[in-house]
Design a protein around this ligand. Structure first.
Ligand SMILES: [Zn+2]
Length: 361
């Protein structure tokens, strides 16, 4: 891979290639934009391009430096990331990074730190890191990667050159899904449309049973099944999901404590609970996106009969094309309302029960 082969991020890659070509590489760069659109991959290609011995502004993939990077053993390209969802990037970790900048780069190029989920650097560590950005060690470049740039101190943001990433095009995501999962054209298109330009979300949709669950619920409601029964089944499903998330988070947290006895930040019980609640809520929003897309599709299909603009085009047979537009509008509003209730922390079982009654009416 190289910067020129990166998909759909032409503005970002053009900028990056320009600063490499002119040898005006800032000490701090901030790669920001939505989840799953190629920020990390581009950062890695950028690190390769900076150190490439053949090409003036990209990675050649053939020189010794590029090959080392591709094999994961380039001494001057370092990744820093929170070990898992429960972890923050601590002062200790940042100090370790700063210490290595005191030595010259091993391979003779530049030392590049790719800091993933940079918003998870805690405030104390950010303050510490700020000093490094203010008096940058020579030959070192920090690439901060985040979906939430506002979580970083304004003083950090202002010392980095911001590189913005946008969502990917539908065709790009669909092609990747076809390549990686062997889906049909219609299926890949549906997944890409539902993933809203994020390839990570698209992979997630293929790998989880979320979509199957939603399509099943919709069919049951269309067939006239009692919404109360349907919502009880879904409540049980949510409970299982919640348990799975909770046990995954707890076992990760336990492993970390065992693996890293020097770690000063051990997660408090409340923090752990808040984390689980946040992950569960995120999961519920993903379900609502799918309900919303289905209702939207039925409305569009009824009004236009244009299958080219349908998201769930791999399920055209199940799509009702003769619905009352006003009623469907009300259903779409019900999904929006459910979204607000989940945001306000109302009980999910209750929110979804009300939603299913609205969708069935
Ligand atoms: Zn090269």
């Amino acid at each position: 891979m190289s910067l020129s082969e990166t998909k759909d991020q032409q503005v970002a890659t053009k900028l990056l290639r320009g600063i490499i070509r002119r040898d005006r590489i800032p000490n701090g760069l901030l790669f920001w934009g939505p989840y799953g659109v190629g920020k990390r991959m581009t950062a890695f290609e950028f690190a390769k391009a900076v150190n490439c011995r053949e090409s003036a502004d990209d990675a050649c993939d053939e020189c010794l430096s590029c090959r080392k990077a591709n094999h994961g053993n380039h001494a001057d390209i370092k990744r820093i990331k929170p070990v898992s969802k429960t972890r923050i990037i601590t002062v200790d970790k940042i100090e370790e990074v700063i210490e290595t900048t005191m030595f010259r780069p091993v391979e003779g190029g530049r030392r590049i730190f790719l800091i993933e989920d940079a918003d998870r650097i805690n405030e104390q560590a950010q303050n510490h890191f700020l000093k490094t950005l203010e008096e940058p060690p020579s030959q070192s470049v920090f690439v901060l990667i985040t979906e939430r740039p506002r979580q970083l101190l304004p003083t950090i943001r202002s010392r980095c050159q911001a590189i913005r990433f946008g969502v990917l095009q539908m065709d790009t995501v669909a092609d990747m899904i076809k390549r990686d999962h062997g889906c049909s054209d219609d299926q890949a298109y549906a997944i890409a449309a539902l993933a809203q330009g994020s390839v990570s979300r698209a992979h997630d949709l293929v790998a989880t049973e979320r979509r199957t669950v939603v399509l099943d619920i919709i069919q049951r409601l269309i067939r006239g099944e009692d919404p109360l029964m349907v919502s009880e089944d879904f409540a049980a499903h949510i409970q299982d999901t919640e348990k799975a998330i909770e046990s995954a988070v707890k076992s990760e947290a336990k492993q970390q404590v065992e693996a890293d006895a020097t770690e000063t930040v051990v997660m408090e019980k409340e923090a752990l609970e808040a984390l689980v609640a946040g992950l569960v809520r995120g999961e519920l929003f993903e379900y609502l996106v799918l309900f919303d897309a289905w209702c939207r599709d039925e409305l569009v299909y009824s009004l236009t009969r244009d299958t080219q603009i349908i998201y769930n085009r791999d399920h055209l047979q199940q799509l009702r094309g003769d619905i009352d537009a006003a009623k469907q509008d009300a259903r779409i509003n019900a999904v929006t309302e459910a979204w607000k209730y989940i945001e306000r922390n109302l009980k999910p079982a209750r929110v979804f029960r009300d939603l299913f009654f609205n969708l069935a009416s």
